[in-house]
Design a protein around this ligand. Structure first.
Ligand code: DAH
Length: 341
């Protein structure tokens, strides 16, 4: 009877000990306290060790039962101890020990931005849009007939030399394809598919097989313009292009038109502008659409007339921002690009 009571008391003691130990470990927040806790409960002279000592006079079966319960508790407490110790250590290494000035400004997050070519393209399109032009796009792989023949540049015509063209291999029965060397073929496509009055600009990428230098790239962007209606004359062209130049380069910009040759216009001109510095910079080619081109798309040159123009987008940006090397646009140099954010 006495012994039975002892067994029961011992079990209760173990249960209380477990409760006490698990509660007290929760409140511990220093490495010193966790060490004391360990000594107190599972140390060599701790409460569990003492408990083993206390029941050594009991019967063997009872000793076994209590022993295994006490061992189980010891294992539980050891596990708790290790977990707590690790948690305290991890926490400590997370705490900033060096001085940190929270009032310092943060590191800027670097964001992307629109490429200067595209910025210029958007600016030019917006200007023409304000002047009443619609915006179209066209294919970069073009047929030779649109790129040259229909623009009054027949095969073997020496003028083809101006456009150092990259030819595309024939694909089955699709022959005579080129990477468009200019955006002018879109004049034909637009006129074939739309009735006058036509007032459009067509921005896009062009390709030429040529050596690169400060003013030449093998790929670049152009914007083509086309106006077709009854009674369109050279003065309409000059006024439109002059107004456009002032919108992009400022109100003080002066424009100069001089004779130039392009097979798809007659008369043809190059337009230069005088902006800021005391020098004239060639901005674009332009002219009155050649009667042969109008006939090629089934328009009667006795009824309709119009003008066309084409300018290099990188060239416009170079003039506007004083960039002296076209290759900067595609070198992907962050120092260059970040100036246009
Ligand atoms: N396509 C010409 C070029 O690549 C530029 C050009 C000149 C376009 C005169 C025109 C034009 O529409 O009238 O050099």
């Amino acid at each position: 009877m006495v012994i039975l009571l002892a067994l029961k008391n011992n079990k209760t003691y173990l249960e209380n000990l477990q409760l006490e130990a698990t509660n007290s470990i929760k409140t511990i927040s220093s490495e010193e306290d966790i060490e004391n806790w360990r000594i107190d409960y599972i140390g060599r002279k701790g409460k569990i060790s003492n408990f083993f000592q206390s029941f050594k006079d009991l019967k063997p079966e009872e000793k076994n039962e209590l022993g295994s319960l006490a061992n189980k508790l010891k294992n539980t407490l050891e596990k708790l101890y290790k977990e707590k110790q690790k948690a305290l250590k991890d926490n400590k290494s997370n705490i900033q020990t060096e001085f940190f000035d929270f009032t310092l400004p943060g590191t800027p997050i670097s964001t992307g931005s629109i490429h200067p070519t595209n910025q210029m393209m958007q600016e030019i399109c917006t200007a023409f849009n304000k002047l009443g032009f619609n915006i179209f796009e066209g294919p970069e792989i073009e047929s030779e007939s649109y790129a040259f023949d229909k623009l009054n540049i027949p095969t073997n015509h020496p003028a083809r030399d101006i456009w150092d063209t990259i030819y595309v291999n024939d694909v089955e029965n699709i022959k005579s394809l080129v990477l468009r060397p200019h955006t002018s073929p879109m004049q034909i496509r637009i006129m074939e598919n739309n009735e006058p009055p036509i007032r459009v600009v067509i921005p896009g990428k062009c390709y030429r097989y040529e050596a690169t230098d400060n003013t030449h790239e093998w790929h670049f962007h152009q914007i083509e313009g086309l106006v077709i209606d009854k009674n369109i004359n050279f003065l309409n062209m000059k006024a439109t292009l002059f107004e456009f130049a002032r919108m992009i380069f400022g109100d003080d910009t002066k424009a100069r038109f001089r004779c130039d040759f392009f097979p798809f216009v007659e008369p043809g001109a190059e337009m230069s502008i005088n902006f800021k510095q005391n020098e004239w910079l060639e901005l674009m080619g332009a002219g009155m659409v050649h009667p042969k081109v109008l006939m090629n798309v089934g328009l009667d040159p006795e009824i309709y007339s119009g003008f066309a123009f084409g300018l290099g987008i990188e060239r416009a940006a170079m003039i506007k921002y004083g960039i002296d090397n076209i290759r900067d646009f595609y070198a992907n140099d962050y120092q260059f690009l970040k100036q246009f954010k």
